[in-house]
Ligand binder design. Structure first.
Ligand code: MRU
Length: 347
């Protein structure tokens, strides 16, 4: 059923693992522009500036980007290892909330640590490439598996709300929440997807709408403040979102505004599903209160393009994520099945 060629991909690695092309998501939907980061700093800035975004995609591009960049690292194995460690530190300082990034970098560090002490630089380069590719392939497999588990939960008709972009663009392909929504349609369900526009960066209006239109999944965009009315009137039957980090108790950090959607769902008796791979679940954190929340540049709120929306001198706040308490989550959909949030710690 899955044909990788027919779905949107946020990055493409060439056969030899020498070039990584990254789709510049800031330019969508107006233009499809690809960049080719070659230096660690370019990979890091691409992540910071949202050229690539979405928890699993950030992790894949960090790992694969590093695998490409190490081609230019020193041939002396000791100096090579030092440069890899410095690169991991730089990449881990890009975005703090999504845990997948730290998982992918840990996999690379562990592979380096496990490599024989006398391994030369070319063996270490091959090892990093293999590790990064395995991470990305694992993410794609997880998305496909969680779609199979999550799709049967969805209604046959009506509208399903999603927030931000947890799609092919945010993963190695197919998507988490949007993968579940795609699979439901493939199974013959006839719902429409409602995409919250997702202020301030508009991942829903720009990215979710673009990729679902690309795949022929019916999608309509709503402003973030419309969801409540559409729940009250019975239009919205369920909500499915992705996650950036899930704590041991099932609390979920995701794009700012997710918490609002979850509260509205609870009030209206509508199921609120979170689709995420196990790489997003951070069992080292007891609760959502421990999840670091990224605060982004106020200009994202103050400006629409070049037009300033807020009066000069007025402050703004721009937390990029919020935490939805486990009590508001109906099920967490993973690649190994659907769980009550309280089951995550022991699953
Ligand atoms: O700031 P972003 O665009 O990286 O935020 C992305 C989200 O919040 C997604 O919902 C989350 O990463 C899940 S992606 C499968």
């Amino acid at each position: 059923m899955f044909d990788a060629q027919s779905y949107v991909r946020p990055f493409v690695l060439d056969e030899a693992g020498l070039t990584l092309r990254v789709l510049d998501q800031r330019k969508l939907p107006a233009a499809e522009v690809w960049t080719e980061p070659r230096e660690v700093e370019e990979v890091a800035v691409a992540i910071e500036d949202l050229v690539v975004r979405g928890a699993p995609a950030i992790a894949c591009v960090a790992a694969l980007g590093l695998a490409v960049c190490v081609q230019g690292f020193d041939d002396d194995p000791a100096r090579f290892r030092t440069q890899v460690e410095a690169a991991c530190v730089r990449l881990s300082n890009t975005r703090p909330t999504a845990v997948n990034l730290f998982v992918a970098l840990r996999e690379i560090r562990e592979a380096m640590a496990a490599a024989p002490g006398d391994a030369d630089a070319s063996a270490l380069r091959a090892l990093i490439l293999e590790t990064a590719k395995a991470h990305a392939e694992g993410d794609l497999a997880s998305c496909l598996a969680m779609a199979g588990h999550g799709a049967p939960l969805l209604p046959d008709e009506g509208a399903v709300l999603t927030h931000c972009n947890a799609g092919a663009l945010a993963t190695a392909g197919y998507g988490t929440a949007l993968g579940v929504l795609r699979r439901g349609r493939e199974l013959g369900k006839r719902y429409t997807v409602l995409a919250d526009e997702t202020r301030p960066v508009l991942q829903g209006a720009r990215l979710t709408a673009w990729e679902l239109q690309h795949d022929g999944v019916p999608v309509e965009v709503i402003a973030d403040n419309m969801a409540g009315a559409l729940m009250a009137s019975g239009v919205i039957k369920a909500a499915v979102v992705g996650a950036d980090r899930i704590a041991r108790n099932g609390d979920v950090a995701n794009k700012i505004g997710t918490y609002t959607v979850a509260v509205l769902c609870k009030h209206h008796g509508i199921p609120f599903y979170v689709a995420a791979p196990w790489t997003t679940i951070d069992r080292s954190l007891a609760s959502g209160a421990d999840i670091p929340i990224e605060e982004r540049n106020p200009s994202e709120v103050m400006f629409h393009g070049k037009a300033q929306l807020t009066p000069q001198g007025v402050g703004v706040r721009n937390p990029a994520f919020d935490v939805t308490p486990a009590s508001l989550v109906t099920k967490i959909i993973t690649e190994t099945g659907n769980f009550d949030p309280g089951q995550i710690a022991d699953a």
